[in-house]
Design a protein around this ligand. Structure first.
Ligand SMILES: C[S@@+](CC[C@H](N)C(=O)[O-])C[C@H]1O[C@@H](n2cnc3c(N)ncnc32)[C@H](O)[C@@H]1O
Length: 288
């Protein structure tokens, strides 16, 4: 794994679906209509969340290339996609290259590709995509990488839909004294290198928007926050434990107060009085 356990991706999938900005989705649907068969490139696809969300909304015929570095995520993704197809009574055919999911009305061809996106893009450059998409990926990447992404999208004349990029905003309720210190350390960790060079973290969506505008794109940027209530206790617990781990790694001196803060936060979650907002942005860019 590259650090994103598939049970974490499963947990966030339904919340991501309701958090995506609806105006951007509507615009994307309209943009897609004239394309007879839509070719989509999904970067850092994980188990295929982006496909499961978008496929029913877009064209009848779609060809997706699903790219990820993590073989476990791709393998787990195939299972999830087969299950998803069965729930929709789509037939499933597999060959060495791809999964074909079909019904009378819909035809999806899904080609998984194991690739380090921080390295050589040669396998991607061979065929153009009409739509380049990613979800929950951008904050890992660097300015240099985003520049390369923008230029490649421009060369293909592709539309770009990047969902759910974390923006640095975390707000717990009820508040506790140490919340700001924890958030500051999480956002410091956001800027450490995740394999793409110095990560932009919360600045990534705005940086990509600027770069795409410079290349002639019209860009929409809209908030897509997670709003977690008491019923999202599993998600809150997972975030709390991940963040505590990150703070401990980054600042071993924080151990004393961090244990107390984490225990108090967990108690509030268990008592079902904890709320948590986490900021994200969605981006859609199209050429005129
Ligand atoms: C937070 S997950 C998001 C997965 C999926 N897009 C979703 O929304 O559920 C980030 C994904 O990026 C992938 N990833 C991270 N670094 C990568 C790299 N250098 N090349 C390709 N994929 C990478 C991870 O393996 C992981 O599946």
């Amino acid at each position: 794994m590259t650090g994103f356990a598939t049970d974490w991706l499963d947990l966030r999938e339904p919340l991501d679906a309701v958090s995506r900005d609806p105006e951007i989705i509507e615009t994307l649907i309209e943009w897609s209509r004239p394309h007879a068969a839509l070719s989509v490139l999904d970067l850092g696809c994980g188990t295929g969340t982006n496909f499961r969300f978008l496929a029913p909304l877009l064209n009848e015929e779609q060809h997706w290339r699903l790219v990820d570095l993590d073989p476990d995520a791709l393998a787990c993704g195939e299972q999830r996609l087969r299950q998803w197809a069965a729930e929709r009574t789509l037939s499933v055919r597999a060959d060495a290259m791809a999964l074909a999911l079909e019904s009378a009305e819909r035809r999806y061809r899904l080609e998984p590709l194991r690739l380090d996106l921080a390295g050589d893009w040669e396998p991607l450059e061979r065929s153009a995509a009409a739509l380049v998409t990613a979800s929950a990926l951008l904050d890992l990447t660097s300015a240099v990488w985003l520049d390369r992404l923008a230029r490649q999208c421009r060369a293909w004349r592709a539309a770009v839909y990047i969902a759910l990029s974390y923006d640095g905003y975390i707000r717990w309720e009820p508040m506790l004294d140490r919340d700001d210190q924890v958030r500051e350390r999480i956002n410091r960790h956001q800027r450490t290198d995740k394999g793409f060079g110095p990560a932009l973290g919360p600045d990534a969506p705005a940086t990509l928007a600027i770069r795409l505008r410079e290349l002639g794109y019209g860009v929409m940027l809209q908030p897509s926050p997670w709003r977690l209530g008491a019923e999202h206790d599993a998600m809150q617990t997972a975030l709390l434990s991940g963040w505590s781990r990150v703070v401990r790694q980054l600042d071993p001196m924080a151990t004393d107060w961090l244990s107390g803060w984490t225990a108090e936060r967990q108690r509030l979650i268990d008592d079902r009085v904890s709320r948590l907002d986490v900021g994200h942005w969605d981006l859609l860019a199209r050429l005129p």
